[in-house]
Design a binder for this molecule. Structure first.
Ligand SMILES: C[S@@+](CC[C@H](N)C(=O)[O-])C[C@H]1O[C@@H](n2cnc3c(N)ncnc32)[C@H](O)[C@@H]1O
Length: 191
């Protein structure tokens, strides 16, 4: 058996595997190279839908090509716009949402998520999530402004009323080089 608890991305894979079902409506708020979009599109099947946002046209183009190869294009809606405007495009409730913050690996490092727009968008995504819906946020603290963004996300999520949301943070406490932090929010019944 391969290692499964060695980094945040493998934990995200476990979460997607466990929580995303056929027919689900999902949001990938930071498409990038499309890795999460593809995983989600595979899990939701033909009857599901995945909305993906990225402000970089190249991210949308690369991911469109990958989705076509997998045969997933009909179940995805890729939007070359900021995830702060997600409520302009998504007119249905969501089962699952993911934010992989920071900049595109091997891409332009100046095009990066930031605390203000990230919080604005997360608020909107939480509003769209159904009862028992799941929000996942991967936050990188090693780059410039990354720590501020992480602190803002931590503060915002930690203040969510526990009657309405279960909020957890996961952190590899023995790893060097500022491993990313993972937040996971479950919408409870009371929302
Ligand atoms: C860490 S990368 C995402 C990696 C991606 N999940 C993958 O599997 O390759 C972060 C992405 O967020 C995008 N981004 C930054 N600000 C954004 C915004 N306001 N709205 C949507 N996307 C944004 C960047 O262009 C970048 O592609």
């Amino acid at each position: 058996m391969k290692e499964q608890l060695n980094n945040v991305i493998s934990i995200v894979d476990i979460i997607i595997e466990k929580f995303v079902e056929e027919g689900f409506t999902c949001l990938d708020a930071t498409v990038g190279n499309g890795n999460d979009t593809i995983k989600l599109s595979g899990k939701v099947g033909e009857s599901g839908r995945v909305y993906g946002f990225d402000i970089q046209k190249t991210a949308i183009e690369i991911t469109t090509e990958k989705l076509s190869k997998y045969g997933y294009i009909d179940r995805t809606i890729l939007i070359n716009d900021s995830h702060t405007k997600l409520d302009d495009y998504i007119k249905e409730q969501l089962d699952f949402a993911i934010y992989n913050l920071g900049f595109l690996p091997k891409g332009r490092k100046e095009i990066v998520t930031n605390e203000k727009t990230t919080i604005e968008s997360i608020k909107k995504a939480l509003n769209l999530l159904k009862k028992h819906g799941i929000l996942v946020v991967v936050s990188y603290i090693g780059h410039e402004n990354g720590l501020d963004e992480y602190k803002a996300v931590y503060k915002y999520l930690s203040l969510l009323d526990q009657k309405n949301f279960n909020v957890l943070e996961l952190n590899f406490i023995n790893q060097i080089n500022n491993p990313p932090r993972l937040f996971c929010v479950e919408v409870r019944g009371g929302k």
